[in-house]
Ligand binder design. Structure first.
Ligand SMILES: Nc1ncnc2c1ncn2[C@@H]1O[C@H](COP(=O)(O)OP(=O)(O)O)[C@@H](O)[C@H]1O
Ligand SMILES: [Mg+2]
Length: 269
């Protein structure tokens, strides 16, 4: 069984004024292939930093990441990233965006066309292959981003608030799509979100992080992602266990935010 292993990661940013930020401290976590992990936590607790380290965009100051037994030292197609927005190639149409990875690997159209068409069908954009990026709504653009990521057949998909810029209705549809893709592809997925509901819906495991230094605060195992596959997500949200977990986590985050505010006021006094 292959795994993604985060081993005692710390990240310190030294600032030009001589001070530093401890963005992450001693973060450890192991994910099995096919796990769906959501990550929640107040702004500044190191979520994006952790994802950037997993992507290989940043080297941690301590610790290491291994995937399927080898050490992660830089970006690689085995780890795909989906950003919040704006990461598509504006000058390419939908199909060319999705086929970008395979083309970069040197594949010819006969080799990738079937996969690309299939992925565009899966994300509901089969009729939009020739469209330019600017002709698409925000939700459709994120569908393209998901399909483009999957076209590289990564082992791990990293998502940094991928649905954060969408309106509520589109967001809910996309949450359903993420669950569907997770079940159908068996990929390992790590999804960062600001939304407690989304973290509950899109995490078999949910990590709550705390700031200063950024660290793992709590971890939950949740049934809602499995319950939600192919189902009306509103029905899942109405489940009494969902409501009670939402309250529990919301009040935990509230307490954290209050503590941060308190510390900030003390520092300013
Ligand atoms: N390149 C950087 N240089 C200096 N500080 C950084 C850099 N990137 C992130 N930070 C700091 O590290 C902390 C964690 O940031 P980030 O990972 O973006 O948090 P989150 O995504 O949880 O909001 C913040 O205090 C942020 O200001
Ligand atoms: Mg962030």
């Amino acid at each position: 069984m292959s795994t993604l292993s985060i081993e005692n990661i710390s990240m310190r940013f030294d600032l030009p004024n001589g001070t530093h930020v401890q963005a992450l401290k001693n973060v450890s976590l192991t994910l099995k292939t096919g796990e769906l992990l959501s990550v929640l936590g107040p702004s500044g607790c190191g979520k994006t930093t952790l994802l950037n380290i997993l992507a290989g965009f940043l080297a941690p100051t301590d610790g290491q990441i291994t995937l399927n037994g080898h050490r992660v030292t830089g970006p690689d197609a085995e780890r795909g990233m989906v950003f919040q927005q704006g990461a598509l190639f504006e000058w390419m149409n939908v199909r060319d965006n999705v086929s970008f990875g395979p083309r970069m690997k040197g594949q010819r159209a006969v080799e990738y066309t079937k996969t690309v068409n299939h992925l565009l069908d899966v994300v509901g954009l089969g009729d939009f292959k020739e469209k330019a990026v600017y002709e698409l709504s925000g939700g459709m653009q994120q569908r393209v981003a998901l399909a483009r990521c999957l076209a590289n057949d990564p082992d791990v998909i990293l998502m940094d608030e991928p649905l954060g810029a969408l309106d509520a209705l589109t967001r809910e549809k996309m949450q359903g799509l993420v669950l569907k893709l997770w079940k159908e592809t068996g990929k390992t997925i790590i999804l960062i979100t600001h939304s407690v509901e989304e973290a509950l819906l899109l995490g078999e495991r949910l990590l709550v992080m705390a700031p200063r230094p950024g660290r793992i605060h709590r971890e939950y195992r949740l049934p809602f992602a499995d319950m939600g596959v192919g189902q009306d997500l509103r029905a899942v949200k109405k489940h009494p266990d969902f409501a009670s977990k939402r309250e529990e986590i919301l009040s935990m985050i509230w307490d954290m935010e209050e503590e941060i505010m308190g510390r900030t006021e003390e520092a300013g006094a």
